[in-house]
Design a protein around this ligand. Structure first.
Ligand code: UDP
Ligand code: MG
Length: 320
């Protein structure tokens, strides 16, 4: 009988051909030093470059390497979810493929886990080599999200973390479609601790998170954990109707009791523009939620695995 796997490292990858061999080398160094059985679960999120073939060859050379190939790009959060679904270890570590999260920090996470914490997340002290725009938006995003929700989602913590098997199983029960995984992990609770680290520069390649994906990610995070935008929309609606009502009284008064000529064209146009703008915004907010309800009701799978590698060898080993 092969020894039970203790650590599963989940690595989501999208077009990471430039870094992935180096990532493997660093991960292997760190994980070998634990001297416990582990697996590396590489999740290829529909890369169009050579990522798949590089990991495929790693698979052939190292039985601890697993590869899941998605049928297309399903997104970072879906890739992490897949890794968590397939991971077999007692502790699951999620790490980006680009070496921005230093693999060595995983050893600190493991220490905390051994102390009895069930979630150990990495808290970014500093972000190196990221543009001002990314830093500022990320900073604002985490604080805005915190003000919007009751769930204790730690600020400045990414998906780089260790979770215990129990947490993984609990999180797996939450099958919502537009996922914000770190929020789900906070939602399930358990004993949480953090380790601080400095986020490094990307080892090679470019970010796979263009603005479009960032906006979507932020919208998913907020809508999955808060109704506040809807509440704000309705408060705004009430306030504006109250103000409009007062203005209506003024207008009626003018009409009935004074003979000032109507000179209101500018105010009508201004009010129209203002109110239509607000209305569209509120409809947009409602639309964000309805779209997500629609996604839920379709109940499509979170991702589709085209094929997998690295699992067969183990099954052969397990034969008598
Ligand atoms: N990633 C992914 N699918 C995507 C986009 C990104 O699996 O659609 C992976 C990517 O390969 C990396 C991680 O998610 O391992 C974080 O992406 P990236 O480093 O580009 O984001 P950033 O650090 O710039 O926010
Ligand atoms: Mg990165």
């Amino acid at each position: 009988m092969p020894e039970a796997i203790v650590y599963s490292v989940v690595i989501p990858m999208y077009n990471e051909e430039e870094v992935i061999s180096e990532t493997y080398r660093r991960l292997k160094l760190v994980m070998d030093s634990t001297q416990e059985p582990y697996e590396l679960v590489f999740v290829n999120d529909g890369s169009q470059d050579r990522t798949e073939y590089i990991v495929q060859s790693l698979c052939l050379a190292d039985p601890r390497v697993r590869l899941l190939n998605f049928s297309r790009n399903f997104g970072h959060q879906a890739a992490i979810s897949a890794g968590m679904d397939y991971a077999e270890g007692k502790a699951i570590l999620v790490i980006d493929a680009d070496l921005q999260d230093p693999p060595e920090v995983m050893l600190d996470m493991i220490d905390k886990w051994k102390e009895g914490y069930e979630v150990v997340y990495g808290k970014r002290l500093k972000r190196r080599g990221e543009g001002l725009f990314k830093k500022v938006t990320a900073h604002l995003f985490y604080r805005f999200l915190k003000s919007m929700t009751h769930v204790e989602v730690p600020v400045d913590a990414g998906d780089f973390r260790l979770i215990d098997r129990k947490v993984c199983d609990a999180t797996k029960q939450l099958r919502e479609k537009n996922r914000y995984v770190r929020g789900l992990i906070s939602w399930v609770g358990f004993r949480q601790a953090s380790v601080e680290y400095v986020r490094e520069e990307r080892w090679a390649g470019e970010t796979k998170y263009p603005l479009r994906k960032m906006v979507r990610f932020a919208a998913d995070a907020i809508t999955s954990f808060s109704y506040k935008p809807l509440k704000l929309a309705s408060y705004l609606g009430f306030t504006l109707s109250a103000l409009s009502f007062l203005y209506l009284l003024t207008v009626l008064y003018q009409k009935l009791f004074t003979n000032t000529t109507i000179v209101g064209w500018t105010s009508i146009v201004a009010m129209n523009l203002f109110f239509y703008g607000i209305m569209m915004m509120i409809l947009g907010i409602i639309g964000e939620y309805i779209g997500r309800i629609y996604d839920e009701s379709k109940d499509r799978p979170l991702y589709i695995v085209r094929n997998q590698a690295g699992y067969e060898q183990r099954f052969e080993e397990e034969l008598p």
